[in-house]
Design a binder for this molecule. Structure first.
Ligand code: SF4
Length: 245
């Protein structure tokens, strides 16, 4: 598996070959992007923790729209937040699924599933797509060259590309024109000991916690009630699990 802290020789050669400096993303003036290894409360990120979310679709009052709304508000993406209607960022989307044989309709929010073996990380030629030790999958916008291989590799269609100039950015969640982005599991909040914004807005429908801790609320719920992975057949061991699907 790719080491998020090191760009291997193949990737270095690739970057040299295509002239990564010229292709570097355009960042909004004055915006400082989050360090690859952000610090948590204790001052470091450790693989003793693996952050995850368990989403009970039966408890979602708006079928996941509340998750989309909370994410847009927290991170400032989405056409509504900008006068430029062409901006089509999509960190999380509401998906409607109909069971053909019964007609049963279910709705769920789909965001980056924070895979243990993340295809986006494997295909990224520069190491910009990376997984932190605590399982959160991120894009390092400093070295993203906008090739969008990761968008093609993601089986959840969970990433989007910033085409347009950005304005009114949120200091805690900086974005970059010409880069790919996706759900960060609200890493800026997690590193401060808080829950992701969508979890707070979900009225208990989403449980956030440490999948490695057998005594955490999320682990206890998974043990007692189980939780499904979308496309479990891919063997990606996702950090996001669902109930009611
Ligand atoms: S965890 Fe944060 S970034 Fe991810 S969908 Fe929820 S609000 Fe958006």
């Amino acid at each position: 598996m790719s080491n998020p802290q090191n760009i291997n020789s193949y990737r270095r050669k690739f970057m040299q070959g295509i002239g990564v400096t010229a292709a570097a993303a355009t960042l909004a003036p004055g915006m400082l992007l989050r360090e690859v290894q952000a610090s948590n409360k204790e001052g470091y990120v450790t693989d003793k923790v693996r952050w995850g979310m368990l989403i009970d679709t039966n408890k979602l009052v708006e079928g996941g729209q509340e998750v989309v709304n909370a994410c847009k508000k927290e991170h400032g993406w989405g056409a509504e937040a900008h006068s430029n209607e062409r901006q089509k960022a999509s960190w999380v989307r509401k998906v409607t699924v109909t069971e053909k044989t019964t007609g049963y309709v279910n709705q769920l929010p789909v965001m980056c599933q924070h895979c243990e073996t993340a295809p986006c990380v494997d295909v990224c030629p520069t190491g910009a797509s990376m997984k932190r030790a605590d399982g959160i999958v991120l894009v390092n916008k400093h070295i993203c060259i906008g090739c969008r291989y990761c968008m093609m590799a993601c089986p959840y269609k969970a990433r989007s590309f910033v085409h347009e100039s950005l304005f009114d950015q949120h200091a805690d969640s900086p974005r970059g024109k010409g880069t790919v982005e996706s759900c960060t599991m609200c890493v800026h909040r997690v590193d401060e000991g808080k829950e992701p914004a969508c979890v707070e807005a979900s009225n208990g429908a989403i449980v956030f916690g440490d999948l490695n801790d057998p005594n955490s609320n999320i682990s206890q719920k998974l043990k007692a009630e189980d939780g499904k992975q979308i496309r479990a057949d891919l063997g990606l061991n996702t950090g996001v699990r669902y109930q009611g699907i």
